[in-house]
Design a binder for this molecule. Structure first.
Ligand code: FNR
Length: 352
């Protein structure tokens, strides 16, 4: 049961911590290096102030939006995170049920611990699939066809983690993925041998480049969304390459440390692209006011990572749904108190 004192996403974090083993908790919370970017993702939101507006007509208020040709009830999407069965025995099946209850779109990780077909079959909103382009390109192509056939709504290609960041918190806790939990959708893939070396390794020799994105787009009719863009120059290249959308993200601080907060770079990328593509953002969203700030600064929608896992670990599908419900309610209140009736009216004048 969820105790009555759990009313915010931070409360959910406290509840989840009591229910997750220490090594797994370090994996979930941790980020790379000194975790400077992790902290900055939150602090940057704190520096942005909102401007309240009064006496406006809110009788037709709505958070609905259209994205990549589909209608969504609200702009709160679930970021891809690996191995949900580490946090709850029902894993991604619980997450997708919670998401569906709140009309939210789940992005399923390449490293999901449940088969993609089983996840999609439980969804009322077609999930997106997050793809890491694998060293085994033949397997990657088959996987793309498989997720499209399963009914996924979009392909989210993560570009910022060709190598994992060094996550010291995780290393100190000696975290290992527990026995019996694996990336089941990658079964049968030819993996590169593990190596202590970075430079000169087989992994580094096979990191994806822009040409691989073009190849990927030729394989699928799904919208291809590029996740992990921070430098505005990369956003311009991505738009020229013909991607359908971009997720402005620093991977929750888990890859390169000391990069700026996603919310700080979002308006710069929006200025460069001038509406050429829909932008999403993730990193540090913990309040409805954070979502409103992201929408005001150029995002069409946001993704939420760790808090959804806090809900999952605390109470399975119910916890996931409750986390999304809290965010949705907070967002509606924040939009209303800034005097906007629709997301189209949310522009930079919402920011103080
Ligand atoms: C991630 N993230 C991630 N991203 C991705 O593209 N594929 C993945 O498999 C994962 N796995 C993953 C596991 C865990 C435990 C975390 C915390 C994060 C990054 C994720 O999609 C997202 O960018 C961040 O989590 C967003 O930041 P917040 O919302 O956690 O602050």
């Amino acid at each position: 049961a969820i105790p009555p004192w759990v009313v915010s996403l931070d409360d959910y974090e406290g509840l989840a911590k009591e229910r997750v083993e220490a090594g797994v908790w370090a994996y979930l919370c941790g980020a790379s290096g000194d975790e400077a970017t992790l902290a900055e993702n939150r602090e940057a939101f704190g520096r942005i102030k909102l401007s309240p507006r009064i006496f406006r007509d809110l009788s037709s208020a709505s958070t609905a939006l259209t994205l990549f040709g589909r209608e969504y009830a609200h702009p709160i999407f679930i970021a891809p995170t690996a191995f949900h069965r580490m946090f709850h025995p029902e894993g991604e099946l619980a997450t997708v049920l919670g998401a569906s209850a709140m009309e939210s779109c789940l992005t399923v990780s390449t490293s999901a611990s449940t088969g993609i077909e089983d996840i999609v079959s439980q969804a009322t909103v077609p999930p997106w699939f997050q793809l890491y382009i694998q060293p085994d390109r033949g397997f990657t192509a088959e996987l793309v066809k498989r997720v499209e056939a399963a009914g996924c709504g979009a392909l989210v290609v993560t570009a910022d983690a060709p190598l994992s960041g060094l996550r010291n918190r995780e290393q100190r806790a000696m975290f290992r993925v527990p026995a019996g939990i694996e990336a089941v959708n990658l079964r049968g893939m030819k993996a590169v041998p593990p190596s202590d070396r970075v430079f000169g390794s087989e992994l580094l020799a096979s990191v994806p480049v822009w040409k691989d994105l073009e190849w990927l787009r030729s394989l699928t009719g799904l919208p291809v969304i590029l996740k992990g863009v921070i430098d505005p120059e990369d956003a311009v290249i991505a738009a020229d390459e013909g991607v359908s959308g971009i997720v402005v993200s620093n991977h929750g601080g888990r890859t390169l440390d000391t990069v700026p907060a996603a919310i700080e770079v979002l308006p710069r990328i929006a200025d460069r692209l001038e509406g050429a593509l829909p932008l999403l953002m993730d990193g540090g969203i913990r309040r409805g006011t954070d979502i409103l700030k992201a929408l005001a600064l150029g995002a069409s929608a946001v993704m939420v990572g760790r808090p959804v896992i806090h809900g999952l670990a605390a109470a399975g599908a119910t916890g996931v749904a409750h986390v999304l419900k809290i965010l949705r309610t907070e967002l509606e209140i924040a939009i209303a108190l800034t005097g906007r009736a629709t997301l189209k009216e949310v522009d930079r004048s919402v920011i103080w």
